[in-house]
Design a binder for this molecule. Sequence first.
Ligand code: OAD
Length: 221
Amino acid sequence: MVLTGAGISQESGLKTFRDEGGLWEGHRVEEVASPEAFRDNPELVYRFYNLRRAQLKDVKPNKAHMALAEYEKTNSNFLLVTQNVDDLHEKAGSRNILHMHGQLNRVRTRRGSKSYEWTHDLDIDSRIEAEPGEILRPDIVWFGEIPKYMEEVQEFLKDCELFVSIGTSGSVYPAAAFVEWAPKSCRKVELNLQESQVSHFFDENYFGKASEIVVSFFANL
Ligand code: OAD
């Protein structure tokens, strides 16, 4: 299993969450990524995610995304779990992928869990044919909400032989705990720019830019 975070998309031009003094494009992440923020200031939240969604049209996968897609081609028992809401893994060709924090290119209603593809701007008046009376929101897992696919992740990790964590600060749970969910026998590898909050849980740590360390790690596997 590979777990990815914002660090893998950094070299494609997307900002990570916890750089620049904790601001994400000028906002504290809680200010725009919580049900409370959506309740109190939906326009800000819509605008913020509209910008993020529009940005996807201009960014391309980098060598690290490509290396994972390439690895998957020859290894069928492979699962990619990403905390990222961008579509760069798909653009690189990854297939067996779970977006545990949702996706920018999808929306859902406030109450329902069914998600729909949505590639343009979203606002309070946006509607979808399937649920015409419902206000739509980004299908993103916000602070205080439950990440998706946790049963699948736990099941896959049970007898996992290799767990690789890439470009994540290890500061958001439950993703930060996956390394502890993996069995003792599993080889646990961290590939990150610098030490993370959970570095000490891994058997091996390689520090550097994803485009370099991810490529060399998977080339030598
Ligand atoms: P963070 O911004 O917390 O961490 C990004 C990590 O990537 C840091 O440890 C950086 O050192 C590392 N990094 C930066 N550039 C890199 C590069 N070029 N190559 C390799 N590593 C690099 O992002 P996440 O850990 O993904 O949730 O954050 C986890 C979650 O917090 C996000 O999914 C998001 C946020 O709240 C939601 O939006 C629900």
